[in-house]
Design a protein around this ligand. Structure first.
Ligand SMILES: Nc1ncnc2c1ncn2[C@@H]1O[C@H](COP(=O)(O)OP(=O)(O)O)[C@@H](O)[C@H]1O
Ligand SMILES: [Mg+2]
Length: 499
């Protein structure tokens, strides 16, 4: 139906007209106007049906009703003018120009009523202060953090990026990966999946053979030290580092002759053999054999303990650089409350994945650590994550870490400790911070860690599902993440609660 518009405008009254004429024309105008008003049938108000009930606006378009709207009209203040930059100090959500239309569509910018798009690779170098592509996502359970991460992954794949998920302790990425034609490796007791963390990555195009062998050796040593440290729950002593060095070199030389890839069992066997170590290590050999005892026992957990078989055999999958998505399902591990198995598995899995990601010519990639708070308390993993964070720009990788509370970063260790410093460093190296709702008692910690203003802090406490505060290199947006119905079905983690 065409929209009826009826208006009345004052007719031209000649300047020299006398009072009676002016009065008559004014009366004529008033009569015409009331007639015009009466002619327009009142339009029915939009019922709002059809819109997703979760996404419907809380207040009508005219704003909050009643006295709380502060529109009583009695307060009269002199107009005050200032620049937008100054005003933003008091109220950060001023009409924003937005981040542009390039990138992955996320949803709606709630304040600007505009589409919100984001792509760290597009923003890098274009936005002032956007120094790295890494992302921190924090929020209480059930607010849609995983849904956002999965949407980002799915839409990134549509844009030609590849996505890797080395940490999926709930196994909820498997469906996403299989829908996108990606692969999932499930590791756990009784499962057929095997990952050999000592797999050597393919030599990148153009890398010198000698240099690359050195790089592979360094990665393997780091891995072995992290595994030992996680089990022993202490830093390694200098002699223990040497023992690992010697054992690795022996095993690599031996397996190179037989043409196979070393496995953890080979290393443990050398460490557990004092005579052999003493012979190959030269003059310091005697002491070394003693120092290696703890290491041999630490590695035993991966070979004969509860993780037996998973990480000490040749990999059952080869890394497929062409697959759009690869996830490692760790949901069968760590259910007993002891996170050590999960951490060891994650160390091995991430080492395996990182070595495959080390190729700078591998294209732009996303690496997502879902439920990363579970591994934040372990220095060995924090160190791995930190090195990935530092390498992100060089390798063309955007890392994303999902935590519950910002204080998860603070519980990584005591103030001044190494793990605390590592966790805080991860936060510093995230140019994008997305904050979903935080519990009231967490707001102060979040505000001080992220430097939120009072208005932002208040906003974070009142966010609803799918809605988050996006701090992108100092700029603030409140964004409603919108899910396609197919995505909603695919990402649903509430199904069992509703059934
Ligand atoms: N933006 C959204 N719109 C509608 N439903 C959503 C949205 N984000 C998440 N959900 C739903 O909310 C539920 C919980 O989300 P999930 O991502 O698992 O939460 P979290 O990872 O924060 O614990 C899921 O079933 C998901 O489908
Ligand atoms: Mg989740």
């Amino acid at each position: 139906m065409p929209r009826i518009r009826a208006t009345a405008s004052r007719l031209f009254v000649p300047h020299q007209a006398d009072r009676a004429q002016v009065r008559a024309s004014r009366e004529q105008f008033a009569a015409a106007r009331s007639k015009a008003r009466g002619a327009v049938p009142s339009r029915p108000r939009p019922s709002g049906k059809g819109a997703d009930p979760e996404l419907r606006a809380v207040y009508p378009a005219a704003g909050r009703p009643g006295p709380a709207s502060a529109r009583g009209g009695r307060l009269k203040l002199p107009a005050h003018r200032m620049t937008t930059a100054t005003a933003a100090g008091a109220y950060p959500f001023l009409a924003e120009g937005g981040l542009g239309a390039e990138g992955l569509y996320i949803g709606r910018d709630v304040h600007a009523e505009a589409a919100f798009c984001y792509d760290p690779f597009v923003l890098y170098g274009r936005l002032e202060g956007f120094t790295n592509p890494n992302i921190l996502l924090a929020g209480v359970i059930g607010m849609g953090k995983s849904a956002l991460a999965k949407s980002l992954a799915l839409r990134a794949v549509a844009h030609g990026y590849r996505v890797y998920v080395p940490c999926d302790p709930k196994g909820e990425w498997t469906a996403v990966s299989s829908t996108l034609g990606g692969r999932t490796i499930a590791v756990g007791p009784g499962l057929p999946g095997r990952l050999n963390p000592l797999d050597a990555p393919a030599r990148p195009h153009g890398a010198d053979e000698g240099d690359w062998a050195g790089e592979v050796r360094k990665r393997r040593l780091l891995l072995l030290a992290s595994l030992a440290r996680t089990v022993l729950k202490r830093d390694l002593r200098p002699m223990e580092h040497t023992a690992l060095d010697v054992a690795l070199d022996q095993v690599v030389a031996h397996t190179a002759r037989t043409g196979r890839t070393p496995v953890l069992g080979d290393i443990a066997a050398v460490l557990a053999d004092p005579d052999y170590l003493a012979r190959v290590a030269g003059p310091t050999g005697g002491h070394l054999a003693g120092a290696a005892q703890d290491l041999a026992h630490a590695l035993r957990r991966l070979i004969a303990g509860d993780l037996a078989g998973m990480f000490d055999a040749p990999s059952t999958v080869v890394f497929d650089p062409a697959a759009p998505m690869l996830t490692i399902d760790l949901s069968r591990l760590g259910g007993s409350g002891d996170d050590t198995a999960l951490v060891l598995a994650m160390t091995c899995a991430s080492a395996w994945m990182e070595s495959a990601l080390a190729d700078p010519a591998g294209g732009r990639r996303w690496v997502i650590y879902d439920e990363a708070w579970r591994v934040m308390r372990h220095v060995a993993l924090l160190e791995r994550m930190q090195s990935q964070w530092k390498l992100s720009r060089g390798l063309g990788i955007a890392n994303m870490m999902v935590v519950h509370r910002l204080s998860d970063l603070l519980t990584a260790g005591d103030a001044g400790s190494r793990s605390r410093a590592l966790a805080e460093g991860l936060l510093t190296d995230c140019s994008t911070r997305i904050v979903y709702r935080q519990e009231p008692d967490q707001l102060t910690a979040a505000a001080s860690l992220l430097g939120l203003t009072g208005v932002e802090t208040q906003a974070v406490g009142a966010l609803v599902k799918g809605r988050g505060l996006w701090k992108v290199a100092g700029r603030s947006f409140i964004t409603q993440h919108l899910l396609h119905p197919t995505e909603r079905d695919l990402f649903d983690t509430d199904a069992r609660m509703q059934a």
